[in-house]
Design a protein around this ligand. Structure first.
Ligand SMILES: Nc1ncnc2c1ncn2[C@@H]1O[C@H](COP(=O)(O)OP(=O)(O)O)[C@@H](O)[C@H]1O
Ligand SMILES: [Mg+2]
Length: 377
């Protein structure tokens, strides 16, 4: 717009308006420049208007910009490009002819270059943008495909490990269940009811373990380990089962006490499961490493945090000569579980015994930042 207005006083010819009062020509030239405001919305219409303005007031810069925009917008339509190129040339040559001074062929060449150049550059810019977009889309597609392949490989690997684990553990636990069942109906249990009770507890625990194992396998290998209606075989443990768990431990001769503040049964399922697993593992550890000890379990649901502590006192019975095999993964596994929820797990000797404390934020933070490998304590 500014160039159009200022040009009016500088250049010798002003198209059809040559000879009109300079302010009039300046106003027309400025208006032609202003029309470019709409060039992105209606490139072709604006270009036609600018061509008319060019004929009237000779505005080469405005025409160059309008043609550049048409080239960019219509770079896929060769016919439109040709049409506007020809129209631009006709307008330029027409304006030169209307100018009464004799036409210099070099000037005609210069004017045509100023018309066709922007059109070609605009088309090239548009094509380049298309190419870049296509390349980006292809890269994104490849990336997605790679991601899917990795995911599938991971799922297959998980399923393989799960099947392996199932086959190994199910076999052993199955033997335990069968042996306990035989003991339960054998003469020893008839003579001594306590033996029968113990055998029944062993059988029930083993049976439960097998069910849970099958459930985990079902989660890891879709289509396997699920009931006919696709429902899980066994419900996932939740906070309501904490009391049951503690009762079971007491029935096995432990001295455990559960204190619950608040309503853990209203927490998200994965937090409830974590609380259950913490209780399960710490009760087992207390039975293993501090037989006969008092175990205090407290669950404290606050507004923004859930706090759980399991503290056991000193052993009151001698440790068995041979401890059950130690995987050493129990507390590490709990730490990973709690870390995934954005919380922390600490444990260690406490007074004469041992303490495990978990702090889980509420609501749990299970963003991608917490899905990375959990750090071992
Ligand atoms: N209640 C406890 N009393 C004493 N030591 C414990 C107790 N709980 C855990 N520990 C110690 O912490 C270690 C790690 O426990 P854990 O990760 O559960 O592995 P595991 O039970 O397979 O040995 C145990 O080997 C034991 O030395
Ligand atoms: Mg353990």
């Amino acid at each position: 717009m500014v160039i159009g207005v200022v040009d009016t006083w500088i250049k010798p010819s002003n198209g059809l308006l040559t000879g009109a009062p300079t302010p009039v020509v300046a106003a027309v030239s400025g208006a032609v420049g202003a029309v470019l405001w709409w060039r992105r919305h209606r490139p072709r219409t604006v270009c036609v208007v600018v061509m008319v303005g060019y004929l009237a007031a000779f505005t080469p810069v405005a025409l160059a910009v309008a043609l550049y925009t048409v080239g960019d917008a219509a770079h896929r339509a060769a016919r439109v490009l040709a049409l506007y190129g020809l129209a631009g040339c006709a307008v330029a040559l027409g304006s030169l002819a209307a100018d009464h001074s004799p036409t210099d062929p070099r000037e005609a060449g210069y004017v045509l270059a100023l018309i066709l150049g922007p059109l070609v550059v605009g088309a090239a810019v548009g094509m380049r943008r298309d190419l870049v977009a296509a390349a980006r889309a292809e890269v994104a597609g490849l990336e997605r495909e790679r991601h899917l392949l990795v995911e599938r490989a991971q799922a297959e690997e998980r399923a393989r490990i799960a099947r392996e684990m199932h086959d190994v553990v199910a076999h052993r636990v199955g033997n335990i269940v069968l042996t306990a069942s035989a003991l339960q109906v054998g003469p020893l249990a008839h003579a001594e009811p306590a033996v029968g009770d113990a055998a029944e507890r062993i059988r029930a625990e083993g049976h439960h373990a097998l069910e849970e194992l099958r459930e985990i396998l079902g989660v890891l290998t879709p289509g396997r380990g699920r009931g006919a209606r696709g429902a899980p075989r066994a419900p996932q443990p939740d906070a309501l089962q904490l009391a049951q768990l503690v009762e079971g431990a007491n029935a096995r001769g432990q001295h455990a006490r559960l204190t619950v503040n608040g309503h853990p049964e209203a927490l998200p399922a994965q937090v409830q499961r974590a609380l259950y697993r913490i209780a399960q593992e710490t009760l087992t550890n207390a039975a293993k490493y501090a037989p006969g000890s008092e175990v205090a379990l407290t669950v404290d649901c606050r507004l923004d945090r859930i706090h759980m502590a399991v503290t056991n006192g000193p052993a009151t019975r001698p440790l068995p000569a041979e401890l059950p095999p130690s995987g050493g993964n129990g507390l590490i596994g709990l730490t990973e579980r709690v870390t995934l929820l954005g919380g922390t797990l600490t444990y260690g000797p406490y007074q004469d015994g041992f303490q495990v404390r978990a702090d889980i934020p509420h609501p749990p933070r299970t963003g991608p930042g917490h899905l990375g490998p959990a750090t071992a304590p």
